[in-house]
Ligand binder design. Structure first.
Ligand code: ATP
Ligand code: MG
Ligand code: MG
Ligand code: MG
Length: 467
């Protein structure tokens, strides 16, 4: 069966609606109910208070297609983009949720029915994992669903035990994998037990069954709940008979348009995949109210934009290009997400401004880096250099790390932090001598651009690395 992303999204929500689930629209990428969380990184986030029993809704079953961001905080897939076939910074998570209603048996039955009857996936391509000690889930898969036991693995807590935090609701997971076959590109093939790109995890079923106490003991929850998440792009790859998420309809359109805008015909270039990924996260962040800045969420956004701009430069982009991709994204996703269409202008303006600003220092920074590489001994970029690129040329540390990685090098993070601290102390001393730093900032901001430092408020620097 071949289905577009939009058809799959609708099929999923409709299937769970027939099972009594309330259809809930996607919430913002900025969590409304949790100041400790940088971004909405899973479908359950908007329901957190319902799971905790702090919020009551007039339904006990829900289904959603939630926009998610994993580019900072506990879940960070930024480093995976461009390297694996299955990770994005921004993606959509299809989910079904039970708030003290059904539990393991129905959750597993629904998932299996959806995959093998609605989507008609061949059963022999599906593998499952359960938590080592979860005999109940194991038996449901093996005896009731009839999955052959050589395709069921028991996995430890790192991957198969989920917790909302150090205390509170938690429980075992069961993950469903699709075997893309031996012939896969990039990355290690892996096994269902270890990360890789042959057996790709498509769906995670979380069984919330305990309440972890401060002393670590697990008390059974009076009403166990279910939280599941399936990546729309991953299941689309399966249904479109391609291996990588970047080969699905939506990404091919974005990659094709990016190539045209930049003026390259090297369609398999990794940089195009990175750019296609980043235009989604950046546009949705701005649509949800974030602007590039030097702290917190705004700094995550700035870092992603600058990475995209650097990849464009590698492909030979002349002048600004990134903001021109917004129109293409709106064409692809504007129907499912009308807010994207409404905010198109705002998004374009913010991206263009940031691109122009970084464009001024990018080339010079790259020259400095290349010179340093010529005389580099060993495989570690010195912290001083990483700091100079950051401080004078606006290269976020992770961007320099990304460039280093492409050359088989790493960066000296400790050295970078020391240089940062030394800079902070110098600024502090300067202010002790009665220099009105704010006054200086005001006057330099009006003058011609003369380096990155002067437009950054030192007091914010420490906060830039909150993730
Ligand atoms: P992986 O092990 O492949 O990194 P995960 O175990 O971290 O995935 P979960 O936290 O279980 O992922 O999220 C539920 C589902 O969301 C996954 O089964 C997958 O389909 C999808 N998903 C997770 N991370 C990403 C991502 N970065 N990009 C696209 N889809 C993702
Ligand atoms: Mg992951
Ligand atoms: Mg996993
Ligand atoms: Mg998982």
């Amino acid at each position: 069966m071949h289905m577009t992303s939009a058809e799959i999204r609708e099929a999923f929500l409709a299937f769970f609606a027939t099972k009594g689930h309330h259809r809930v629209p996607s919430a913002s990428l900025i969590p409304g109910n949790d100041p400790t969380l940088l971004f909405t990184n899973a479908g359950m986030v908007p329901f957190k208070d319902v799971f905790l029993g702090d919020e009551h809704r007039d339904y006990t079953r829900a289904t959603s297609s939630q926009r998610c961001l994993r580019a900072g905080g506990k879940h960070n897939d930024l480093e995976n983009v461009g390297y694996t076939a299955r990770h994005h910074t921004f993606f959509e998570m299809l989910g079904n949720f039970s708030f003290g209603d059904y539990f393991k048996r129905e959750a597993i039955q629904y998932a299996w029915q959806f995959l093998t009857e609605e989507l008609k996936l061949p059963k022999e391509k599906l593998w499952v994992t359960v938590f080592t000690e979860d005999d109940e889930a194991y038996d449901i898969w093996a005896k009731e669903i009839g999955v052959p036991t050589d395709r069921i693995s028991r996995i430890g807590a790192k991957d198969n035990f989920w917790a909302m935090g150090d205390t509170g609701p938690c429980g075992p997971c069961s993950e469903i994998f699709y075997d893309h076959g031996e012939d896969v590109w990039g990355g290690p093939p892996g096994t269902p037990e270890e990360d890789g790109d042959r057996y790709i995890e498509i769906w995670n079923l979380v069984f919330m069954q305990y309440n972890r106490q401060v002393d670590g003991t697990l008390l059974p929850l009076p009403k166990p709940s279910v939280d599941t998440g399936m990546g729309l792009e991953r299941i689309a790859a399966v249904l479109q008979h391609v291996h990588s998420n970047y080969e699905i309809d939506l990404f091919q359109a974005l990659i094709g348009d990016a190539a045209k805008i930049i003026g390259t015909d090297d369609l398999n270039n990794k940089s195009l995949r990175v750019i296609a990924d980043h235009i989604r996260s950046c546009s949705f962040l701005i649509a949800d109210g974030v602007q590039p800045s030097n702290e917190g969420r705004g700094y995550v956004l700035r870092r992603i934009i600058r990475r995209a701009v650097r990849h464009g430069s590698m492909l030979g982009a002349k002048g600004t290009f990134f903001y021109k991709l917004v129109a293409s994204l709106v064409a692809q996703m504007g129907e499912a997400y009308p807010e994207l269409r409404e905010k198109q202008k705002v998004i374009e303006q913010a991206l263009q401004r940031e691109e122009e600003q970084f464009g001024k220092t990018l080339e010079r920074g790259l020259n400095i880096l290349n010179e340093a590489l010529e005389s580099l001994e060993g495989t570690v970029l010195p912290g001083e250099l990483v700091f100079k690129l950051y401080d004078t040329y606006g290269f976020p540390m992770d961007l320099t790390a990304d460039m280093a990685r492409e050359k088989g090098l790493t960066i000296d993070e400790d050295g970078f932090n020391e240089a940062m601290e030394a800079q902070r102390q110098r600024a502090q001393q300067a202010s002790n001598f009665g220099v009105d730093y704010n006054q200086r900032l005001k006057s330099t901001q009006k003058s011609e651009f003369s380096g990155y430092t002067e437009t950054v408020d030192e007091s914010e620097i420490v906060e830039m690395f909150i993730d």
